[in-house]
Design a binder for this molecule. Structure first.
Ligand SMILES: [Zn+2]
Ligand SMILES: [Zn+2]
Ligand SMILES: [Zn+2]
Length: 330
């Protein structure tokens, strides 16, 4: 069984509770009859769900990494989304990860655009911040690889300065492989006639750049994407309200609880634990309007075990763990 088919079969229960969640089979043709909730031409496809280091993580032989290495069905690509306009046949990548070569194929195949001799690059890339899992995939658009021409990169002004001022990224700018569009915070930006997004600042370790989250709006629905945040309390917005306003929320699920981090100073953990988020967002999950999934899972995460207690608790409380191939029609 291929890894995505396996995840789809694991996700049977979740699919039942989510009317606009499709099976995640990216070979699904546009001619296939549309299910309830799939009536729009705007699709967000999950391309990866691991923290920056991926799963398995290099050189790590912890329980989760061992399982992922022994059986590919348990491995996870690094957190990223494809935002797809099925009508215009355009796709955009939200966060350029070190796994972008595989992820780019997943997005391209979903659009059924594969033709011999054709090159594949997205119509734009949106970036959250400059930690390794979120932007280093840009290198494959440069001189040594596909060598795009003025591919649009949407990011904050600090991210623009970082890319323009530091090699090897500055070469992408100099050779015009990419063209950087500086985003205005809190302002809606139109990506295609039917897709827009609104970027906002989130608190997170800001060594090189600030960090953005995004609200992606389609024809009928909104998706909230916050893969990296210090804590919900430190955020200027209310996570309860923001989640409630969205139809789907993909949120920072880096760690499940302090149990997976023995000996670590908890005050220095720069992410909300999933266990905390289950409490904070309890009412929103119970109201049932917003589907909430955790993404950006660290290799230590207790929720990575599909048969484990952590996963059971998350699902019993009406939340989910995001997985590669999941699709949301917006
Ligand atoms: Zn990250
Ligand atoms: Zn590990
Ligand atoms: Zn980060």
């Amino acid at each position: 069984m291929k890894r995505r088919d396996f995840f789809n079969s694991c996700l049977g229960g979740l699919a039942g509770m989510n009317i606009f969640f499709s099976s995640g089979k990216h070979r699904l043709s546009l001619k296939d009859s549309k299910k309830e909730g799939e009536e729009t031409n705007v699709l967000v496809k999950v391309l990866g769900t691991a923290q920056d280091g991926g799963l398995p993580q290099i050189g790590c032989y912890c329980k989760n990494c061992l399982r992922a290495r022994e059986d590919q069905r348990f491995s996870r690509l690094i957190s990223s989304l494809a935002i797809i306009d099925l009508e215009e046949k355009k796709y955009f990548i939200l966060d350029a990860t070190p796994d972008i070569r595989t992820q780019s194929d997943i997005a391209f195949n979903r659009l059924a655009l594969r033709k011999q001799g054709r090159k594949n690059s997205p119509h734009g890339v949106l970036l959250t911040h400059a930690h390794i899992g979120h932007y280093t995939g840009l290198m494959f658009y440069g001189y040594e690889a596909v060598s795009t021409h003025k591919m649009l990169v949407h990011c904050s002004s600090r991210m623009k300065s970082f890319l323009s001022g530091n090699g090897p990224w500055s070469q992408l700018v100099r050779l015009e492989n990419i063209s950087i569009h500086t985003l205005s915070l809190e302002k809606e930006f139109l990506l295609t006639p039917r897709i827009s997004f609104t970027p906002f600042l989130v608190p997170h370790r800001n060594e090189y750049t600030d960090t953005l989250g995004f609200i992606i709006s389609g024809e009928k629905r909104k998706l909230l994407y916050v893969p990296d945040i210090q804590s919900w309390k430190a955020w200027s917005r209310s996570v309860v309200e923001e989640t409630r306003k969205s139809d789907v929320a993909l949120l920072d699920g880096t760690f499940y609880s302090s149990e997976e981090l023995p000996g670590r100073d908890l005050s220095k953990i720069g992410h909300p634990f999933i266990k905390t988020s289950l409490k904070t967002l309890k009412n929103v999950a119970e109201e049932g309007k917003t589907k909430i999934y955790f993404t950006h899972l660290n290799h230590t995460n207790l929720a990575l075990d599909p048969g484990g207690e952590a996963r059971k608790e998350i699902e019993e409380k009406g939340f989910g763990i995001a997985s590669e191939g999941m699709e949301f029609f917006l």
